[in-house]
Design a protein around this ligand. Structure first.
Ligand code: ME8
Length: 661
């Protein structure tokens, strides 16, 4: 069909649901999302799948610990994973859960095909099993620890169905040879080829010791081994047994970390070959984000959480950092210091600053209308050349999954524009006709470079580039721009600039790190729910909807426990990364307190200065969004949204520190 777009199907791993995502899971998922956006801008019809791996003994135990049934536990976890991906701008097309019915049917169907083709038999297996990694460790002895995670193995004997993996040594080796790009990068391919050349043992693919799994039809209590189950999710997500109708199988790209390479490059193609189904085209294996040289993991507790970073610096900053900081394929260390340094240098001072100063100069000199450029001088030509080369280089590097290099090229163009402005000094030119024309050339040239880098950076920074696009007065969505048609010279003149929006406010490094760490701490160790008589700071001063009046009576001695005093607001400011909170300093007569109040959506900070308020002063201090709050401002909660209305003393001259009784 002439107008049909080429199809591209890519996946992230299907993540375990016994915990919440950390920066490692975020990494693979952000990369997948950026590739999805990039491929769409290159004219592909793309499907990206992510999802949750919900069966197995780990989940069984986590649900037990939470005191709820497994099905309820995994449903909650899947919602939490999805919510985080939404916050990070992950636009996955399919979110597959391994408890979805369509997936259960696909796993049972795949097993049936493998069995009918003679690659499945029944046997007994005794082995050392790692319940954390859901894998038998074939070379281990009783009492050994798991070679991957270091925790004790358990001896398990079971009647199992076995998959004849041994029959696939030659077919796999032939397949790798015929498809030299199947495993990327090259070093990983060699590692897998030598593993397969060393011989393959049959693999047990059902379990009887585990209850929480997909049943093997007619063979209860057998359930499928989690990897036979989870890998199949890639196929379930695009139609399962009806995959041909949707047209996205075989998969073009599985993105995985190096921990799960064998499952994807040996077991998975073997299962598919046994079922006589098409095998994926490529598995791209990336390295690990390390914390102090150790692999981050939920079970070790040395994790970096994505949400506090996105709250503090914005989702684009997190996305940019993970793709810019480590070479895709290699390991890299994670550090908050490097994160905030890059944020300030590349985003606040780089892209953000170029966008705002270009817009401000066009505003000042041309009333906010993109001017028509005059004749070009050699220095303008030089910038045109840099930009054209940047388009080529950034796209070529991205195509080869050299994301850090691609971003480096884009940011080199931003630096070239900064240098150009510094040497051309449009602000030093007069209002004469010739100078005005020169200013027009310089500013149009800078704006055109900005437009091009905005398009190129869009897959990685979807949110902020959309804002720059609006700022440049461009019509349509930046996501709809076709990368293949991107050229110098397409910026229309006479266009009115759009609304300026905050892009990347500069942050003070130490304070930003402390706040991110505090927010992570709040997320990892959530405060217990506040008792009804002393609601949390942020909810009383805005946030919670009006609570129904309680019928329960308290004695005066209970009321006396709450120490409320008159205070006066001295300063009030917004908090980066916390839309609802204001940071206040409040004079309570004896001292000045810092208090956070959840009123930012309803009160302008400037208008609060000098206002007298009622303050609960004996509440234990706590951190809100990483900012210390020592006390609580009292407010009524009005209407269904719980709009906060501050309690106060408008008519009386009350003394600061006077107690409310
Ligand atoms: O293995 N650095 O799920 P999982 C970089 N359910 N990437 C990391 C990382 C780190 N420190 N930690 C995790 C499973 N990842 C199975 C997958 S697929 C059919 C079943 C990323 O929750 C990386 O992509 O343990 C790794 O492969 C994946 O998360 C493991 O996720």
């Amino acid at each position: 069909m002439p107008n049909e777009k080429p199809k591209f199907y890519l996946t992230t791993p299907i993540y375990y649901t016994n915990g919440l995502p950390h920066i490692g899971h975020t990494y693979t998922t952000v990369v997948a999302d950026a590739i999805r956006r990039y491929k769409r801008m290159r004219g592909y019809e793309v499907v990206m799948t992510t999802g949750t791996d919900e069966h197995g003994v780990n989940v069984e135990r986590a649900a037990q610990k939470a005191g709820i049934p497994e099905s309820e536990f995994v449903a909650k976890m899947a919602v939490a994973w999805k919510a985080l991906w939404d916050e990070l701008g992950i636009a996955a097309d399919e979110f597959i859960r391994t408890t979805d019915l369509q997936h259960v049917r696909t796993v049972q169907w795949l097993f049936k095909l493998c069995k009918e083709n003679g690659y499945v038999y029944k046997g007994h297996y005794t082995g050392q099993y790692c319940i954390y990694d859901n894998a038998f460790v074939s070379e281990a002895k009783p009492g050994d620890n798991c070679p991957d995670c270091g925790r004790p193995l358990e001896t398990i004997t079971e009647e199992n169905y076995f998959f004849k993996l041994s029959a696939f040594q030659k077919p796999l080796l032939d397949f790798y040879k015929k498809n030299p790009n199947f495993i990327q990068p090259e070093t990983r391919k060699n590692e897998i080829i030598s593993f397969v050349e060393g011989g393959l043992k049959d693999l047990s693919i059902t379990r009887t010791a585990i209850r929480w799994g997909i049943p093997v039809p007619g063979e209860e209590p057998h359930v499928f081994y989690v990897w036979f189950d989870a890998l199949t999710a890639y196929l379930s997500a695009v139609g399962g047994p009806d995959y041909e109708k949707r047209g996205f199988w075989p998969c073009d790209l599985h993105l995985v970390g190096k921990d799960i390479i064998r499952f994807h490059t040996v077991y998975w193609p073997a299962f598919l070959m046994a079922a006589m189904l098409p095998v994926p085209k490529q598995v791209w294996v990336h390295g690990w984000f390390l914390m102090d040289a150790a692999k981050m993991s939920k079970s070790k507790g040395n994790v970096i959480l994505p949400r506090p970073i996105a709250n503090m610096l914005g989702m684009d900053a997190l996305r940019y950092f993970v793709m810019r900081e480590i070479v895709f394929g290699q390991d890299g260390n994670f550090s908050y210091d490097a994160l905030v340094t890059r944020y300030n240098s590349d985003l606040a001072n780089g892209l953000g600053n170029l966008a705002s100063r270009t817009a401000a100069m066009i505003e000042k000199n041309f009333g906010g209308t993109i001017p028509k450029p005059g004749p070009r001088l050699p220095q303008d030509d030089a910038l045109v050349k840099v930009t054209s080369e940047t388009i080529e280089e950034a796209l070529e590097k991205f195509e080869n999954f050299e994301f850090a290099r691609s971003l480096e090229a884009i940011w080199a163009a931003i630096a070239a524009a900064d240098k150009y402005l510094t040497s051309e000094q449009p602000w030093a030119l007069s209002d004469s006709e010739a100078d005005t024309q020169r200013k027009a050339t310089i500013l149009w040239t800078t704006a055109e470079l900005l437009r091009i880098v905005t398009v190129l950076a869009h897959p990685v920074l979807p949110d902020s580039t959309a804002k720059v696009w609006t700022l440049l007065g461009q019509t349509g969505r930046v996501a709809a721009v076709e990368l293949d048609g991107l050229r110098w010279g397409q910026l229309a003149t006479g266009v009115q600039l759009g609304k300026a929006q905050a892009l990347f406010p500069r942050v003070e490094k130490q304070e930003a790190i402390e706040r991110i760490e505090a927010m992570a701490n709040e997320e990892l160790n959530p405060a217990p729910a506040p008792p009804a008589a002393a609601p949390a700071h942020a909810t009383t001063a805005g946030g919670a909807a009006a609570a129904p009046a309680s019928t329960e009576k308290i004695g005066i001695e209970d009321f006396a426990k709450v120490e409320m005093r008159v205070g006066q607001i001295k300063t009030a400011e917004r908090i980066v990364g916390a839309d609802k909170l204001l940071k206040l300093t409040v004079d309570i007569g004896t001292e000045i307190r810092q208090i956070c109040a959840g009123i930012a959506q309803y009160y302008e900070p400037e208008k609060l200065i000098g206002r007298k308020v009622a303050v609960v002063v004996n509440l234990a201090p706590r951190k809100l969004r990483g900012v210390e709050s020592n006390g609580m401002i009292v407010a009524a909660s009005v209407g269904p949204e719980g709009r906060p209305v501050l309690a106060g003393f408008p008519d009386e001259d009350v003394e600061l520190g006077a107690r409310l009784k």
